[in-house]
Design a protein around this ligand. Structure first.
Ligand SMILES: O=S(=O)(CCO)c1ccc(-c2ccc(C3CCCC3)c([C@@H]3C[C@@H]3c3ccccn3)c2)cc1
Length: 238
């Protein structure tokens, strides 16, 4: 992967997104728009050329899974269609490395907007976390739009969205008493999910904002429930 032409961009954007995810929501005009238990969703209202591109930042605490497990299932193409209900087709068009893939996805049409597709590299990485006492690393998956001459955007069929998404997960362990073995009940995963999606072509602001408001909470709740369900009978992947 390190000699691939995209590697410098992949490395830079992934680390930028890690820093961005770890910034609090105290400053920068974030407004809380959805809450569900431990999950808090914030957005900023932004438009580019009259198109809604509202950045999103979601913070969540999930008990019983590790950050490695959360990122593993988010990254894996094999299980994508099991939890990602807003995607109609998903293809891996390039394998840059075992932790770096290029996806082409066709998203379900959201009336009255025209149907969208997305083409993005996806990179998973473990990052040592210096200021974390119990020494558990941070896992990140970063998805960022890219181009590929074999799959030109606006090929007449779909409008190509551009996106930058990151899932940053940190594992916290509440060690059991008397040195007993760690079980899932002793584990909590702190998730920060950030996303900026540019619709790539005009769509009514009111429709897009309603879609964002409805779809993001559903998406994150469904994904985290899926990971909990997949992991509960399996050995812990730290
Ligand atoms: O986290 S991921 O990388 C997981 C891999 O699939 C990812 C998540 C979401 C998208 C996405 C793509 C298109 C659209 C819209 C834009 C105009 C018409 C379609 C949206 C809007 C934000 C709303 C939305 C949010 C969540 C789920 C579906 N819809 C989101 C892409 C990738």
């Amino acid at each position: 992967a390190c000699q691939h032409r995209l590697w410098p961009e992949i490395d830079r954007i992934s680390m930028e997104q890690l820093r961005y995810a770890r910034l609090g929501v105290g400053e920068g005009g974030w407004q809380l728009f959805a809450e569900d238990g431990e999950m808090k969703m914030y957005k900023r209202e932004e438009e580019v050329n009259g198109m809604v591109v509202d950045p999103l930042k979601a913070c969540h605490m999930v008990r019983g899974v590790t950050g490695h497990e959360m990122c593993h299932y988010f990254f894996s193409p094999d299980v994508r269609m099991d939890w990602e209900t807003t995607v109609e087709q998903m293809t891996v068009i390039e394998t840059i490395a075992e932790d770096t893939l290029v996806f082409l996805q066709v998203h379900k049409r959201i009336w009255p907007a025209s149907q969208r597709d997305s083409l993005f590299w996806s990179h998973m990485r473990q990052v040592p976390d210096h200021n974390d006492r119990d020494g558990h690393d941070i896992w990140i998956v970063c998805n960022h739009s890219t181009e590929n001459p074999d799959f030109p955007s606006n090929n007449g069929k779909f409008v190509r969205v551009t996106l930058t998404v990151c899932l940053v997960c940190q594992t916290f362990i509440d060690p059991p008493k008397d040195g007993a073995q760690i079980v899932r009940d002793n584990i909590t995963c702190k998730i920060t999910y950030c996303s900026v999606v540019n619709p790539g072509g005009w769509a009514p602001a009111s429709v897009l904002r309603a879609v964002y408001k409805r779809e993001y909470p559903k998406f994150l709740k469904r994904f985290t429930a899926y990971v909990i369900d997949q992991c509960k009978e399996k050995p812990i992947m730290f």
